[in-house]
Design a protein around this ligand. Structure first.
Ligand SMILES: *Cc1c(COP(=O)(O)O)cnc(C)c1O
Length: 381
């Protein structure tokens, strides 16, 4: 048992780890006199694209905007449908509606990713309750939830057969790989949140997109700033969604450690796997041929709420990602079309999932304390 509280996540620890380099980067920007779309943003865009093996990076204000602009760049708008999931951050679904399009939500598989069979059913026009989809599906948005790549082989194959572009929501999966390749370049575009607790996090809001398509990259650059191709002349009905120079400079410092930080998350996940083996809990499943980056380490148990309370009493903080699927939240309930059969797995998971402490600065002793607390309480519930 520990006296100190172990937080579930700790963005301040990430700042302190690189404090002097981050402080220097901030000073460099303050003294430059250039605060919006300058050298730091361009450099970050190039460095982040290179990290992902992508040709182009486009910085934006946050992850929600990255999804909205990504969809708009693909030509999605009012009258169109977009297939995504309900077992995700609400932003994924909100972004689809912000374009004017209709989100169609499908269920997830045992690794918390979009169910390819359900995707195919919806692309064939079939919905829950025998309804038929009348709007054309203009994009597919799979989410690599918790840092686990979705079944990209099957999803890309289905998308190609139906001729529908894929926008990957990589907000929880910076650096995860599928078949040895970093996620984010399987689809036409990938959107990333850079919220402080993400695998790559700013010290404020931020977002970024990557693509290998030069025309899409150009479109995204216009859309993020009033639709300007040249200054003061809008060619698209645009938006203001710029990444700050300050955040870009901070992100460049943090990007240098992204690989090491992901490796530390994987080491913590392995320690949890070993330490929690045999307890009455389901541990995260790894999809074959993937390297997950454990944005979250999520266990599932019918005793989730009791376990959470007992852990908190021992100073081990946890979180629930997410307590309600999007289609059951007040803003969305009873108004979004669902895939055939409804979303039983999504609805079940919301009652079972529990995210254990997970951040790169979490030390071995703290990991051992989390394991000890779970070994203490899980068998008694
Ligand atoms: C965090 C997150 C977003 C939204 O990002 P913001 O930067 O908060 O707008 C979108 N999708 C997923 C899966 C996320 O985890």
């Amino acid at each position: 048992m520990t006296n100190t509280v172990i937080p579930q996540t700790d963005p301040k620890a990430a700042y302190l780890e690189q404090r002097s380099a981050i402080d220097q980067a901030i000073t460099r920007v303050l003294e430059s006199g250039w605060y919006i779309l300058g050298r730091e943003v361009s450099a970050f865009e190039q460095e982040f694209a290179a990290f992902n093996g992508a040709a182009h990076g486009i910085g934006v204000a946050n992850g929600t905007d990255a999804l909205v602009l990504g969809l708009r760049a693909l030509g999605v708008g009012p009258g169109d449908a977009v297939v995504t999931v309900s077992h995700t951050a609400v932003a994924t679904v909100a972004a689809v509606e912000l374009t004017g399009a209709l989100p169609v939500l499908v269920d997830v598989d045992a690794c918390h990713g979009m169910d390819p069979d359900q995707l195919e059913e919806v692309l064939n026009g079939r919905l829950a309750g025998g309804a038929r989809l009348s709007s054309p599906v203009k994009a597919i948005v799979p989410v690599h939830l918790y840092g686990h790549p979705v079944a990209l082989d099957r999803i890309m194959d289905i998308a190609a057969r139906f001729g529908v572009p894929v926008l990957e929501d990589c907000s929880q999966a910076h650096g995860a790989t599928f078949d040895g390749r970093i996620v984010g370049t399987f689809g036409a575009i990938a959107a990333f949140s850079l919220y402080p607790t993400k695998n790559l996090g700013a010290l404020g809001d931020g977002g970024v997109l990557v693509t290998n398509d030069a025309a899409l990259a150009e479109r995204l650059r216009h859309l993020r700033e009033y639709g300007w191709k040249e200054r003061y002349i809008s060619h698209d009905a645009g938006h203001n969604s710029r990444l700050d120079e300050l955040q870009a400079a901070i992100l460049r410092v943090k990007l240098e450690r992204l690989g090491a930080h992901n490796a530390r998350r994987q080491a913590i996940a392995e320690a949890y796997d070993r330490g929690l083996d045999g307890l009455p809990l389901d541990l995260p499943r790894r999809r074959p041929n993937t390297v997950p980056v454990f944005h979250q380490y999520v266990v599932t148990t019918p005793n989730r709420d009791a376990l959470r309370t007992a852990l908190q009493a021992r100073g081990v903080m946890t979180n629930i990602h997410y307590p309600a699927p999007v289609h059951l939240q007040p803003a969305y309930r009873d108004r979004l079309p669902l895939g055939p059969g409804g979303l039983p797995q999504t609805e079940r998971m919301a009652g079972l999932v529990l995210s254990l402490p997970m951040y790169p600065q979490l030390g071995d002793e703290a990991v051992a304390s989390v394991v000890a607390a779970l070994r203490d309480v899980a068998p008694t519930l």
